[in-house]
Design a protein around this ligand. Structure first.
Ligand SMILES: Nc1ncnc2c1ncn2[C@@H]1O[C@H](COP(=O)(O)OP(=O)(O)OP(=O)(O)O)[C@@H](O)[C@H]1O
Ligand SMILES: [Mg+2]
Length: 359
């Protein structure tokens, strides 16, 4: 947009006023001379500083008129410049700009234009806000529909894996177990190999169970965190009979949905790791409230453990767990060593549901 200051209006008005006063002076002098039947010489009769007084009067009247024109023009120029500046700013998207309007005095045309410009800016501001809201909503809807598609696809894959691969792995485990029980096998190399196949089938089954759990993660839905964790742990026990799992879940205060969701996912990740990697015989999940202001979550096992400092780059579970904890202002401690089991400790400050909504 071309933004040029209005420069000439005060001079135009000054020139106009100058001409008008000059004309009024000439006309009134002419009329005076004509009415009283005086000759033009009368003008030059009385002098001041060697210049006819009547012409002095003409010059002074003209100067006053020109100055008045200039002052009025300057005032109008300033006000028009303010309007122009506002239009220029609106053109550049600064709709927060407002023109000063004197409430006390009656509005003239420029004041009225300023008022209308302010109203227009307010209207545009409102429209921009609702447009932004709409575009955010669109993005949310798009994300939601993407999530739904991804979830449906994951459910489908999980179903396929469960109905096909899982069943076959189960069949392999059963068959190898039956072969191992048969006397025909003897005690030679073949028994060892079959035993190895049984072990592999068992490991693959464990992997598959954990994978299915990740693909079809149970959600909190309308359940409280405690209920959801309990239900989830019951499912784990049903899936993994060899593992002795026990839990201790205290009654929790009403937490915000975000915190509950993160904590639930952390329990899931901890359990998924136990099922997949730990080879543990017993594991425990504990959720406690300490001093009324701190949540302690501990997921531990007595399995093979691992070197905490060497976590593969391709592993995301524990990193995500750390990120989830950070997001809700918590900290994570992973205590493990080869052969010493694993303990994942999460400490999160409690923010009661209402406290977030108020702040
Ligand atoms: N309870 C556990 N017992 C033994 N090893 C574990 C345990 N938890 C984690 N680990 C080791 O730490 C590694 C990193 O775990 P992490 O959860 O980050 O990744 P992952 O489980 O391999 O993959 P994913 O990204 O699917 O979670 C695992 O590969 C495993 O070797
Ligand atoms: Mg993991």
């Amino acid at each position: 947009m071309n933004h040029r200051p209005i420069a000439s209006i005060r001079w135009k008005l000054a020139a106009l006023c100058s001409i008008v006063t000059l004309l009024v002076f000439v006309l009134s002098t002419g009329t005076f001379l004509f009415v009283f039947d005086l000759s033009l010489r009368v003008i030059f009769l009385v002098e001041w500083l060697n210049f006819p007084v009547l012409l002095w009067i003409g010059v002074i009247v003209n100067l006053i008129g020109t100055s008045a024109g200039y002052i009025i023009g300057r005032n109008m120029k300033e006000r028009l410049e303010e309007l122009d500046d506002a239009v220029y700013k609106y053109g550049r998207g600064h709709f927060g700009h407002r023109l000063q309007i004197e409430v006390s005095s009656k509005l003239d045309e420029i004041g009225l234009t300023a008022l209308h410009l302010n109203e227009m800016a307010e209207q545009i501001e409102r429209q921009v806000a609702s447009l932004q809201k709409l575009s955010t909503k669109n993005v949310e809807l798009l994300e939601q529909s993407n999530r739904t598609v991804v979830l449906e696809e994951r459910q489908r894959i999980a179903r396929e894996l469960h109905d096909a691969v899982s069943q076959q792995l189960f069949a392999i485990a059963m068959m190898t177990a039956a072969i191992l029980e048969s006397d025909e096998l003897g005690e030679g190399k073949l028994r060892k190999r079959i035993a190895a196949v049984e072990k592999l089938a068992e490991t693959a089954q464990n992997e598959m169970r954990a994978l299915l759990m990740q693909l079809r993660p149970p959600t909190l839905a309308d359940k409280s965190l405690k209920e959801a964790i309990e239900q989830f742990l019951h499912e784990c026990v049903e899936k993994q009979h060899q593992l002795k799992l026990h839990w201790e879940l205290e009654q929790l205060p009403e937490l915000s949905k975000g915190i509950e969701d993160h904590l639930f996912r952390m329990v899931q990740e901890g359990m998924s790791n136990i099922l997949r990697h730990s080879e543990a015989t017993s594991a425990s999940v504990r959720l406690r409230v300490v001093d009324g202001r701190m949540l302690h979550l501990r997921v531990s096992d007595n399995g093979i453990g691992f070197e905490v400092s060497v976590i593969k780059n391709s592993s995301f579970g524990l990193k995500t767990l750390q990120e989830r904890a950070n997001e809700i202002g918590g900290v994570v401690d992973i205590i493990s060593a080869p052969g010493k089991g694993t303990q994942v400790d999460v400490k999160v400050p409690i923010v009661i549901k209402g406290e977030i909504e108020e702040s």
